[in-house]
Design a protein. Structure first.
Length: 236
């Protein structure tokens, strides 16, 4: 049955909501601009960056039978988080509830209510199965099964001066003291001090690595005990 969606880990049917129409499966638009050039037919297309895509709206048409739960439903369907749709198994989108929700009667004398939720989704579809990998020997490979480059969180356990090489990325670290986290989604380097991160951007040189689709070589020099990668596999 495709009559459900998940919002921040809760299934809509737990609130008495059933889906009448799932959102279409779409490929997000690449972010571009066009410019007309004097003396040239057509237009010149400019890319904003390498694989930069726009967000998109995924409308979900629903029905709720128990109208006594509308306040509870309205409290649940707000803000931002993760949304998963029954017609697109195996992953989720980061999204925000984007619209005013109007609960319209279906028929006079019938308490059932019809309404539409517009989820404003970030362009990438993240895999449910994205296990963390720990490498203990330099020269290993990690394979990205997705169709888009992923933005990993990488924890390096070691000490002293370290050079990490992932694919085409070279990161130089000076004076590592026990461990350092390279958080590509946040574009931050830090060390955890209990529950709090302490910035280590000052000891890092180079770009934050991404993992391209297919095989990515991982190697390093220096005193490294392990490299742990949370890959965040995703599709476009």
């Amino acid at each position: 049955m495709n009559d459900w969606f998940l919002w921040n880990g809760a299934r809509c049917t737990d609130y008495g909501i059933h889906v009448l129409n799932q959102p279409d499966i779409v490929r997000p638009a690449e972010r571009i601009s066009t410019e007309k050039v004097f003396g040239r037919s057509g237009a010149l297309t400019k890319l904003e960056g390498d694989a930069v895509f726009d967000e998109f709206v995924a409308p979900v048409e629903c029905i709720v039978r128990d109208t006594s739960r509308l306040r509870e439903i309205s409290s649940w369907l707000h803000g931002e988080g993760k949304v998963a749709f029954a017609n697109r198994p195996g992953g989720f989108f980061y999204a925000r509830v984007a619209n005013q929700i109007e609960y319209a009667k279906i028929l006079r004398g019938n308490s059932h209510r019809n309404f539409t939720i517009n989820f404003r989704c970030q362009p990438h579809f993240y895999h449910d199965e994205s296990p963390t990998e720990t490498l203990r020997e330099s020269g290993a490979f990690i394979t990205n099964p997705g169709t888009a480059a992923s933005e990993p969180v990488i924890t390096i356990t070691g000490s002293g001066d370290i050079t990490l090489m992932i694919g085409q990325y070279i990161v130089e670290l000076e004076g590592v003291d026990g461990s350092i986290v390279l958080d590509t989604p946040r574009v931050e380097a830090y060390k955890m001090d209990g529950p709090l991160p302490v910035s280590r951007n000052s000891i890092m040189t180079g770009g934050f690595p991404v993992l391209v689709p297919g095989a990515n070589a991982v190697s390093w020099t220096g005193e490294v005990a392990s490299v742990t990668i949370q890959p965040h596999w995703r599709d476009i």
